[in-house]
Design a protein around this ligand. Structure first.
Ligand SMILES: [Cu+2]
Length: 160
């Protein structure tokens, strides 16, 4: 009995030791396959209402932008709703809006050509064709014209 017990304990100790030796190897393998890094570079998301309203450069308009896709994720084409008010806080209902943007750090634009397709009324405008193809810092610049006056605003945000 005593011999058997010793052997059993030795066997258990051996198995435990073997497990301890195997575990770090498996962990190392998982860290080294690059999956985590790849996700950091290509993924990214942001809450639909993450953007703070912005005042245009010359303070003519106040602009807010909310995504219809929540959260905003990469590689999904979707729409945003823009809301524009003048300095008095009144809705700007007849604006022309042109859209530009991209990733300044990467020197590329949007993978699509987003544009305002519909005046929804009450100062709301539908911005269709929004799509982000990677995580990181993006900018969205709107050139807004109304009543013979123009002003621009740039939203900067990060999908991470
Ligand atoms: Cu990029």
């Amino acid at each position: 009995m005593r011999v058997c017990l010793s052997v059993c304990l030795l066997t258990l100790a051996y198995i435990a030791g073997a497990c301890n030796m195997v575990t770090p190897d498996q962990g190392g393998g998982m860290e080294m396959d690059g999956e985590g890094m790849e996700m950091d570079m290509s993924g990214g998301s942001m809450a639909a209402d993450a953007l703070e309203p912005q005042t245009t450069e010359n303070s003519l308009f106040s602009v807010s932008a909310v995504s219809s896709l929540d959260p905003v994720v990469i590689n999904e084409t979707h729409a945003w709703t823009l809301h524009i008010e003048n300095a008095d806080g009144d809705a700007v209902t007849e604006a022309d809006i042109s859209v530009e943007g991209g990733m300044p750090e990467h020197n590329h634009g949007f993978p699509t050509a987003p544009r305002v397709t519909e005046n929804l009324g009450n100062g709301d405008y539908l911005l269709e064709g929004m799509r982000f193809n990677m995580g990181g810092v993006w900018v969205l610049t709107l050139e807004i014209s109304s009543g013979g006056e123009s002003d621009s605003v740039t939203f900067e945000f990060e999908l991470n």
